[in-house]
Design a protein around this ligand. Structure first.
Ligand SMILES: Cc1ncc(C[n+]2csc(CCOP(=O)(O)OP(=O)(O)O)c2C)c(N)n1
Ligand SMILES: [Mg+2]
Length: 329
C-alpha cells in the first residue's frame, strides 16, 4: 500500500520505515566514528555528515542497486543509503581485511561495486567526471543505468564540475549532479565563494534543468531525485539538484568552527533536524507509530554496535599484503 504522502517514486509504507531506519544508521554511524576517532581507534581523518541524513537517505532510496553513485569525502551516509554493508564499512575504517577495500582505503576511498558505488573521493569534485563517464557507458551500451554524483557546495567551483555538466548536457547523459549545499566548504561560507544566488542557477549555463530544494525535507529529496532519475532514464539528460542542508559537526577533525555562530548551529540542530522532521511527517501520515519509530531507532543503533564488534574482531591487514591490489594486473 502506498502512503498518503504524495511522492513521485511511489515509496511504500514499508520502504518509508526502511528509509527512516537508514537515517538513524547514518547518524549513529558517524556519531560512533567521531567517538572512535577521539579514542584513537580510527586513524587518518574523517568527514562526518551528521545533520545531512535526508539528502543521502532520500536520494539513495530512489536509485536501483544497478545504478551508480560517486560519493564524496563526506560519503559515509551516501554509501550506507546505497546499500553497502555497514560492517564492511566500519571494518574499512578500522583498517581490517574484512573492510570494503580490504582495509587499505579508509574513509575517503570506500567503494563497493556490488551496490554500484564507484567510490568516495578525497579530491573535491573528483566524482563528477567519473559519474559522467559512467553515464556515457550506460548510454553507449544501452544499460538503462543512471549515475548520480554527489558533491558539496564548494565543489561546484571546481573545473571538473563545469566540464562534467557540459559534457553530460551535450550528450544527454543519464547523470544526476546532486549537490549537498551544507553552507560551507571548510571555513568558507557559500555566500563568500560565489556570486550566484542559487547553485542550481549554474545549470542554465549548460542548458540543463536545475532545481534547489530543502535538503532536510525527505519527501522533497525523494520527489526531486526520482523526477531527475526518470528524465535520465528517458534519455532527457542530466539534472542539477541543489539540496540545502547543514553539517552539525566541524569540517573534519580539529575545526574550532570560528566561521559560524553557536546560534546558527543551534537553529539547525533543534528546528531543522532532518530525522525529527521525517519522524513528524511519517507519524502525521500514519506510516509510523511512536513505538515503531523507537524500535527502528534502537535497531539502527544496534546495527552500528554490531559493526564495531565485527570490525574489532576482524584481522588487521598483514604487512606482507602491502602491495596487493595496488596495481591492476
Ligand atoms: C581538489 C581539492 N581541493 C581542495 C581540497 C581540500 N578540501 C577538502 S574538503 C574541502 C571543502 C569541500 O567543500 P564542499 O564541497 O562544500 O564539501 P563539504 O566538505 O562541505 O561537504 C576542501 C577545500 C581537496 N581535497 N581537493
Ligand atoms: Mg559544503
Amino acid at each position: 500500500m502506498t502512503v498518503s504522502i504524495k511522492n513521485h517514486a511511489n515509496i511504500t509504507d514499508e520502504q518509508f520505515k526502511k528509509i527512516y531506519e537508514t537515517m538513524w544508521e547514518i547518524r549513529y554511524f558517524d556519531e560512533k566514528v567521531d567517538q572512535l576517532f577521539a579514542k584513537g581507534l580510527i586513524h587518518g581523518t574523517t568527514h562526518l555528515a551528521v545533520g545531512q541524513e535526508a539528502t543521502a537517505a532520500g536520494s539513495g532510496a530512489v536509485l536501483k542497486t544497478t545504478d551508480w553513485i560517486t560519493a564524496t569525502h563526506r560519503g559515509h551516509g551516501q554509501t550506507i543509503a546505497k546499500g553497502t554493508n555497514i560492517k564492511a564499512m566500519m571494518a574499512e575504517l578500522f583498517g581490517r581485511t574484512t573492510g570494503t577495500n580490504k582495509g587499505k582505503g579508509g574513509s575517503m576511498h570506500i567503494a563497493d561495486l556490488d551496490t554500484g558505488n564507484l567510490g568516495a573521493n578525497g579530491i573535491v569534485g573528483g566524482g563528477y567526471p567519473i559519474a559522467t563517464g559512467a553515464g556515457l557507458t550506460s548510454k553507449m551500451k544501452k544499460l538503462d543505468r543512471v549515475a548520480l554524483a554527489y558533491g558539496g557546495d564548494g565543489s561546484t567551483n571546481e573545473g571538473s564540475f563545469h566540464e562534467s555538466l557540459n559534457l553530460a548536457a551535450i550528450w544527454d547523459l543519464p547523470v544526476i549532479f546532486f549537490i549537498e549545499n551544507n553552507q560551507y566548504g571548510m571555513s568558507g561560507s557559500v555566500k563568500e565563494m560565489t556570486r550566484v544566488e542559487k547553485l542550481s542557477d549554474r545549470a542554465k549555463a549548460y542548458g540543463i534543468k536545475g532545481v534547489t530544494i530543502d535538503g532536510n525535507d525527505l519527501i522533497s529529496v525523494i520527489n526531486t531525485t526520482s523526477e531527475a532519475v526518470e528524465r535520465a532514464r528517458n534519455g532527457e539528460g542530466p539534472t542539477l539538484i541543489e539540496a540545502l542542508t547543514y553539517r552539525w559537526k566541524g569540517h573534519s577533525k580539529s575545526d574550532a568552527k570560528k566561521y559560524r555562530t553557536k546560534e546558527e548551529e543551534q537553529d539547525w540542530r533543534t528546528n531543522k533536524d532532518p530525522i525529527k522532521r521525517t519522524k513528524r511527517t511519517l507519524l502525521e501520515a500514519g506510516v509510523l507509530s511512536e513505538e515503531e519509530a523507537e524500535t527502528l531507532r534502537l535497531k539502527a543503533k544496534q546495527t552500528i554496535e554490531e559493526a564495531v564488534t565485527f570490525a574489532e574482531q576482524s584481522p588487521m591487514v598483514p604487512v606482507e599484503s602491502l602491495f596487493d591490489d595496488v596495481y591492476a594486473e
